[in-house]
Ligand binder design. Sequence first.
Ligand code: SF4
Length: 657
Amino acid sequence: MRMGFMPSGYFGKMLMVDLSKERIDEMEVDDDLYKQYLGGYGLGVRLLLDIIPKGAKPLGADNVLGLLPGLLTGFGAPFSGRFMAVGKSPLTNGWGDSNAGGYFGPEIRKCGYDGLFFKGESKDPVYLAVTSEKPEIFGADRIWGKDCVETEDEMNRIHGKGVRTASVGPAGEKVSLISGIVTDRGRVAARSGLGAVMGSKRLKAVVLKGSKKPTVFSPKDFYDVSKKYNQGFNKPGAVAKGFLGLSSYAAGLIRRLGLPSNADASVVKNAFQIYGTTIGNTLSAEIGDSPVKNWKGVGYRDFPLKKSKRISGQKMLEYVKKPYGCSACPLRCGALMDVPKKGLTGVHRPEYETSASFGTLLLNDDVESLIQLSDICNRSGLDTISAGMTVAFAMECYEKGILDQKEVGFPLEWGNARGIVSLLELMVKREGVGDILADGVKVASTKLGKNSHRYAVHASGQELPMHDSRLWESLAFTYAYDPTPGRHTAASIDFSEMGPIKDYLEGAPFIKGQRDDLCVKAKNQKVVTGIHQAMSSAGLCLFSMNVGRYPMLELVNSCTGWNMTVDELLDTGWRIQALRHMFSVREGINPLEGKIHPRALGKPPLKRGPTAGVTIDLEKMKDAFCQELGYDSKTGLVSEEEAERLGIENILKQMTS
Ligand code: SF4
């Protein structure tokens, strides 16, 4: 940092904790890097390219785990409560990042840091507490073995009510490759297997309580813009509630008529406020969005409306006790629930991804079991997408006779809710068949053999999420070739166009044209990639993209005083994406040679249903997208010209020399 310079919008320093040496240092960060990479995983990938040595073992002492708030996190800008976990992924051996809401991200800022990094590994379980001026490492014997909710309770008891805790549960402690990092009793940085990285370091928890705040460059502008934006979020009235309550009944009709694109922002706002993402539970099963029966089934036949209505957002409302929202969120899509019959009180409402991965995917229409399964994952730290997909893999192996009742310990036919709960519990404990399954489908199929890899649905090691690429074609590109493969939260133009994406960032150069024209698609995929990376690294929730224009530039500029233009913001996004690629390539993984399960490409095509006959020509799409994005698919890197344009030519040279 420049001498005597007081930055606005960030502190300019990180905390580096060496768990092997039990040493804590502050690390200064160049001002230029904030403007070039914002915060969150953007800044994370730039720093970790230097900090993590090439060839580091993902579960070894050399890997470094980072927890970083987005650039706007901690200032109260709408939708800005996210933090990101970063490091080398043990699932894919390439770049890993993951994202969560709640209240932990803003607390990192309140403690006076723009990020926390952990290197080395501790001999014994420990946790880090930053609750006073001096960060300290404590022994974690008393919380090791506890689940994430119990850990939060214990940290509140020891360090005072109101501390914010991120922890790994039993799954992370046992280094499950499909485990994440849990905050706020169930907001989870779930993907990329970074819970296993934290567990391998024997870092049980990070506990924060602070009261600092970096300077905002122009507070009046910043808070006026935030206030004006938030005024667009009124509580939904009775008419909206009644209308949206019919959505699951209309699902069959929508399947026949087709899904409208560019959904109206006010409808989306009301839907999310009432139902959260579970608004999609029934509709997605009908229209071919939810994968069914381990990606081989058809929603309206295998999991017909009478079943999918039993897990609808409307049905879930019966268990809701009160709404929940992440820090600074005007939408508040979450809710806390009670299920007395299962002994569950105040648990988070399952997201759509969780409802689909333990519901539609497995033909399970027992709504209470979905809430229970979600809670087991939140407490143990398992990623619900990967866990549901792994259960689907096991069910198909059971169907095909690769696993039998003796090996599993109970019946495991499709739709058996009790069997699903029992299997998940075994995976958490790594007991019996659960030990085979605890690291996800790729590892499980290697252990099981018997050609079970045919039923292991993943992209380069990471299980696929609950949006079918046969319905949203460009998701296949994203799933196969993003540096963190198998992510629905990475950029896909087809998927983004479900909402009013073209209104989101004023001045974004989307082009008009036929949506299925590959040339149009490639150009707009590039724009959406830039927006996505900038939006995430600014710390904004993905759902901000579904509700109309967001004043990202005004907020970034009034917070930092940068005067950034739309073009510069998009360049920032493309720069971040280029570095995510570079990290993986340096580790010997070319993301653009990623492998994806053929079912996700319609190989063979489904015979019935909304995506009947669809087969995706992934190579053709890759050629068109790479040309537009400026990537060489043979190396997985951006071209020299693009690197020069983005100001990262020196990093590229280091990679290629
Ligand atoms: S929309 Fe939902 S997930 Fe996103 S910040 Fe708000 S409450 Fe959290």
